[in-house]
Design a protein around this ligand. Sequence first.
Ligand code: ARG
Length: 460
Amino acid sequence: MWGGRFAAGPSAIMREINASIPFDKALWRQDIAASQAHVAMLGAQGIVSAKDAAAIAAGLNGIAARYETEGVPEEWDLEDIHMTTESLLAEAIGPVAGRLHTARSRNDQVATDFKLWVRDALDQANAGLAAFQRALVMRADEHAASIMPGFTHLQAAQPVTLGHHLMAYYEMARRDRSRFADARARLNQCPLGSAALAGTGFPIDRAATAAGLGFEGPTANSLDGVSDRDFALDYLMAAAQCALHLSRLAEEFVLWASQPFGWVRLPDALSTGSSIMPQKKNPDAAELVRGHSGRIVGCATALMVTMKGLPLAYSKDMQDDKPPVFEAAGLLALSLAAMTAMVAESEFRTDRMRAAAEAGYATATDLADWLVRARGIPFREAHHITGASVKLAESRGLALDQVPLGDLQAIDPRIDDEVFAALSVDASVAARTSYGGTAPDQVRRRVAEARDALGMESQG
Ligand code: ARG
């Protein structure tokens, strides 16, 4: 493409290090769409004749059909998807193909193609998250009153409901979706027409190409247009944060599926067996989601480091922008699908969860709260009385509500048998009616709002 200036061709090393076609062929649909928008504009503006524009458009359609059926040929000499398409176009329609590259450069071309690709990836992440949220909401509804221990420091802290726990992930997914939506709003300006870096002297219509490609309008600075990769970073950072959330849930499934917990039976379809230990059912999908999150964070880091310190405008370093984005998008889509299925299809062993909540003195706070509410004792003093009661119960191997009243009264005579009503795990969660609290009624209220927001049918 630049033979006029060069006496010798590139070495084998140069061809290999220079080639982006092995990965940027994934942009072929976007590349054809952007070229179609460009040539339609060139024709409309009279920069190329209507006849030539029509010949180029038909030629591009032919190449798209060929890519669709045969795939994109990987010719390193042609470097990338842009030159591959241009060269195939020249083969197909002859020298008129050369008019397509009027008033553009691969610099604005690649920025445009890549933005179109990332825009689709943002939409896919949003759809994947919506499906994940629907699965969470269904199971949360089912388990709005199923008791489990809530933890801090992974120590049983206070009873909560499984529905409440699952809805915590719904909130994380909600924030993830809003991050992807932010990124999409910021992305949606079209770099095409920035040309190599300085704009062009041809009378192009940037508003027309932007509209043709579904952008809100053209980017406002040609240097920024060709060198901005914030949109890819916005995507990667939102993907990284989403992956962190998925890995926290994956970790809980790994933990809950272990024998000492035994709180969940994972679907066979999302587990593997062991080749030598027949009893095993391994939570591989959850472990891989946990593992993939590290790779997705790595992709975000990779592109940040690539972009750091690059002078304006385009530098070839930026060719390395695509592999981390493609990798992260693939991993994120898989991770979302795996966690959606895991939430939807796992069998929660609520009997074991409840037993764990009853075993861990998780209602100690309720005893302290009762002393405050029913007996007017200051909370710090109530905390002390409760501590002594837990110590006694522990030394006898009893649950808090199994300690004989006389023994509790020996610790503090203001305790009477009304206290036992407050010490059951059901009473404990039912009492936590503050906004956003774990009381089943609160959980059901939030589930109903979520169903509404997701356009799900409400439960009768
Ligand atoms: N293959 C290049 C990339 O992916 C396309 C842009 C090349 N531009 C240039 N001035 N060499 O970034």
